[in-house]
Ligand binder design. Sequence first.
Ligand SMILES: [Zn+2]
Length: 438
Amino acid sequence: MPPISSMAHLFRKSEWICRLTPGFFFAACAISAAALAPASAGGPPPAPATIDECAYPDDAAARAAWEPMRGSRPVSVAEVDGQRCLSMACDFKGASTERASWDIRAIWCHDAFGVEGMKWEEAVRRLANNGFTAILPNMLWGGAAFYDSKVLPAAEKLAGRGDQIAECLAACKKHGIQMHVWKVNWNLGSQAPAEFVAKMRREGRLQAGARGEEELWLCPSNPDNQKLEIDSLVEVARNYDVDGIHFDYIRYPDADHCFCGGCRKRFAQASGLAIKDWPADVLRPGPAHERWLDWRRDNITAVVKAVSERAREIKPKIRLSAAVFSNWAADRDSVGQDWKLWCEKGYLDFVCPMDYTPSNANFEALVARQVGWAGKTPCYPGIGFSASSSHFGADRAIAQINITRRHRTGGFVIFNYGEPESRELLPMLGLGATKPAR
Ligand SMILES: [Zn+2]
């Protein structure tokens, strides 16, 4: 990220694209970038940013064409600088949005096959056309790979559909988009072949709750499981020219895991404590509780550290990152996710707390705390546009992007890239909030 002084310069240069008055975001759909761009020093004029001709006689017609998405405020027709535009109310502080070329504008894609109804090529092209700089596609789980792997079994759905990392990567190279391969760690996922699940069960590698009930996640203290997690991500780093490796579910499912027989044995061995009453001794207020919390954290951190070190050995410029829970101070105990430490130790190149809330005030409070925890490591907050715990419209996505810029995070990641987002969110963001400065 450039220093503040040069960022301010970029904002001034880019003011032309975001026509804002306090409280309103004008999506200048009829205005082409070529028409508004400052005179360039040479080369061809930039391609028009038109998304439609804005030929709406009135607000009702505009609303019919731009049906608000999950809580977006209704659009209306406006005129800005003599040009007809769509306008959409947006809850901003301040009078202008900051648009700049310095931040990472990223999106998670939960589906390994990309956006429904289109090939990776088109999905990635749309991101590039709307000013995004990075995609984080979910290509592997604890028990399934959506690419040619010698470490993990192939996902059942992959049959006949080709290597998805290779396909997505080719599109990213073509369109100049960074690709950070996202793994759902530990959790076997719905695509793990039945024989693989049975093997894990047979070998005692699955997690257990306090009463011994099975959880279809790999036990993080099991050395074979740690090796599987590490080897699978290192394989991706070695075999594909990707920009980054992205951890997710890099934690325990909750405070009530894992109490498998292996954990009992390995914890007793590591701590040197005689565990008489299992699991009561390790649960609050048992005598081994604090040691237990440390040990759980260590099991997760060991994997982050090993992947980071080995991936960088193979590709020194590869970037490691993680999607993490939002409240490190509590989550380090509850789910063993010590991401502040991972930042301090330099295991991560950036961290993405999942700040999924429709409340801009809550979002801002989370970001303000997290940038402190992340320290020198960039913190790119996750925006829950269409997460299971929060849904909202493009106006709020823009407001939350603005918040990340006010806090100088250097980037953000939106959840999630699917078909509705390709249709409605991307074009709206691409008109201003994510539009690349020229
Ligand atoms: Zn266990």
